[in-house]
Design a protein around this ligand. Sequence first.
Ligand SMILES: CC(C)(COP(=O)(O)OP(=O)(O)OC[C@H]1O[C@@H](n2cnc3c(N)ncnc32)[C@H](O)[C@@H]1OP(=O)(O)O)[C@@H](O)C(=O)NCCC(=O)NCCS
Length: 425
Amino acid sequence: MSDAKLIIDGREIELPVVVGSEGEVGIDIGALRGATGMITLDPGYGNTGSCQSSVTFIDGEKGILRYRGYPIEQVASKATFPEVAYLLIYGHLPNRKELERWLGSLTRHTLIHEDMKKFFEGYLPSTHPMAILSSMVASLSTYYPDPDPATDPNINIVRLIAKAATVAAFSYKKSIGQPIIYPRNDLTYTRNFLHMMFAVPTEAYEVPDVLNEALNMLLILHADHEQNCSTSTVRMVGSSQANIFASISAGINALWGPLHGGANQKVIEMLEMIQADGGNYEKYVDLAKDKESGFRLMGFGHRVYKNYDPRARLIKRVADDVFEQLGVDDPLLDIARNLEEIALEDDYFVERKLYPNVDFYSGIIYRAMGIPTNMFTVMFALGRLPGWIAHWKEMRDDPTSRINRPRQIYTGPTERDYTPVNQRD
Ligand SMILES: CC(C)(COP(=O)(O)OP(=O)(O)OC[C@H]1O[C@@H](n2cnc3c(N)ncnc32)[C@H](O)[C@@H]1OP(=O)(O)O)[C@@H](O)C(=O)NCCC(=O)NCCS
């Protein structure tokens, strides 16, 4: 493809065009400021490619999501979460030996330093587990300094994935006042996590298969989503060469917001509100269409998907399995189904291409699994961890990457003189 031509003030400059492996086209404006003194302005970054990446491909118009080339439908139904984590981070599916080594090291590193347990004592029982998770992940850097790249460059990646699950489960136990349950090395990653969440020292606990399978798929569906808000945050922080724990902790905080990972919690709160208000979902669809109301249907719409979110389709199937096998009868599920049905036919939603996103059903499944609402975003974070790490690693391994430092168009006051306080109005 030929270069792009930009004409500014009668002057023409040529800007190279970059084409990705799926035919995505970008104009490389790296020379723009040097040649013209101008920058581009793109608040919200809807038109800006921040990097070139080989981790995940999304075609929002067609509803396509692929991890390292593999369709989400295949990985979600055939792989295990640790296998997907390996794929995202190292770029290929592990062979048998690599997988054994990977699973072995993820298992061996699940314990957290005993001293770290004291941190949990400092939090109020009502502390949001996302605050605990981000603080604990940042604190891991105090125990595990950057490894020697020559001997064991990836050890902190393993530690992070293994210990984050333990921290997440401990934060839940703290919030309900139960004793923490130590990890068990004879269990798989997902079974071990569910065990730490739901076992108590006084009783035997067997992880139900349906919970294990649902969790495996939910974590895979959340594992990466290219340059979303939290991943971009991880890359931004990591671009200063901050360590992996500090960078991922920043991503966890970015995920917390209701417009991002916090949406699954907001979906449940919205459904509960509709239920408490007599289940009149039509009223809330109307409210969402009324700009003055400031109300949005949580779990609908996506910056990138302007077609059905492929993850939402898969997750809906999991929801059906979990509800059927656990025999759960949750009125919120009916409200959700009705909302979806009505919104998919309503002109407002159709015109704006607002479809249910992955968060619309994930919260309802977590609820059926017995995971409390304030843990939903933590579950999302556990799933997203490999994606964040993959992007952090991709950036750190790229010798051409630079510290991320956007520019701005300044709109504040022009130069003025300082006035002493007794001369101010
Ligand atoms: C995800 C989200 C932040 C994407 O935002 P965005 O790409 O900036 O899209 P916009 O906010 O510009 O929305 C485009 C239009 O759809 C409307 N819209 C978007 N999401 C809506 C929703 N959930 N309910 C009602 N209207 C919505 C906007 O009001 C806007 O209408 P307009 O063109 O008449 O002004 C947004 O859809 C949203 O807030 N959804 C609810 C929260 C959520 O589920 N987040 C999880 C994301 S995985």
